[in-house]
Design a protein around this ligand. Structure first.
Ligand code: CAA
Length: 258
């Protein structure tokens, strides 16, 4: 039997790691991979043990984009029937922090997948890009929007209109990745960040993620109101009391997730 194209691992307490496993196809995102990713993220988003998620690929590719062979001959109705946009929504809708650990290529849908994550750790030789224009299409998983929001119109336009690849160093300098680390350290560093998040009070983590993401789509006054309400809500949590009392009593907090 063939290896599963997406693997689920538990590298540390509270941390789940999802690994795209089609190295022979540079982790191209076929429908099977997309459905498994959406399914895992939906389940991990709901379970009571997972506090942070690492999403990674293989050494040569995080993901080289949508599976070109699977869509090359498809027509409009077939593309509509596949409903890939719904799977993208499920992936982006995970309420828990998702950290992309990017080695090798993150192109097209692979770059878009990384951009749905909350933190991106990239290896020194990783490369990003939206090369869709070179094969007669445009980004379809949020690339035209998320790249422009992440790096600004003029840099995004340059890469989307030329399909030119972006080195990890350039990506870091323009704000597309959170950290660049030596190649062998990518996964370890992402797990380390996830482990740090996993011991924090989960309600505060969840509302912080929600406020940043919802706020980015809203006018500043609405976003600030959302932030204020989210902060106020946390004052009903046991973890807020525990965190502040522990600080005052000079001891380590014990968070319960309530
Ligand atoms: N879809 C399907 N198969 C792919 C693929 C993809 N996106 N990327 C790589 N592969 C396959 C290759 O066809 C090849 O298969 P065979 O061994 O059967 O020939 C295998 O993976 C290895 O690929 P290469 O020999 O090309 O590997 P490389 O290391 O020399 O190059 C690469 C790697 C630069 C990523 C190159 O494969 C490449 O340019 N891939 C396509 C990148 C791309 O255009 N992505 C955008 C896709 S469209 C999209 O993502 C849009 C959307 O969401 C709507």
């Amino acid at each position: 039997m063939a290896d599963p194209v997406v693997l689920l691992e538990r590298p540390a307490e509270g941390v789940a790691l999802i690994r795209i496993n089609r190295p022979e196809a540079r982790n191209a995102l076929n429908l099977e991979v997309r459905k498994l990713l959406a399914g895992h993220l939906a389940e991990l988003g709901e379970d009571t043990v997972t506090r942070a998620i690492v999403l990674t690929g293989s050494e040569k590719a995080f993901a080289a984009g949508a599976d070109i062979k699977e869509m090359a001959e498809a027509g409009t109705i077939e593309m509509l029937r596949r409903g890939v946009h719904k799977l993208w929504r499920a992936i982006a809708g995970c309420p828990k922090p998702v950290i992309a650990a990017v080695s090798g290529y993150a192109l097209g849908g692979g770059c878009e997948l990384a951009m749905t994550c909350d933190i991106i750790v990239a290896g020194e030789s990783a490369s990003f890009g939206q090369p869709e224009v070179r094969i007669g299409i445009i980004p379809g998983g949020g690339g035209t929007q998320r790249l422009a929001r992440a790096v600004g119109k003029y840099k995004a336009m340059k890469y989307i209109l030329t399909g030119e690849l972006i080195s990890a160093k350039e990506a870091f300098e323009m704000g597309l990745v959170s950290e660049v680390v030596p190649d062998p350290e990518v996964e370890g560093r992402a797990i380390d960040l996830a482990r740090q998040i996993a011991v924090l009070p989960p309600l505060a983590v969840q509302l912080a993620k929600e406020a940043v993401l919802a706020g980015m789509d809203a006018p500043l006054t609405s976003a600030l109101a959302l932030e204020a309400k989210s902060l106020q809500i946390l004052f009903s949590s046991q973890d807020q009391k525990e965190g502040m009392r522990a600080f005052i009593e000079k001891r380590k907090p014990k968070f319960s997730g309530r």
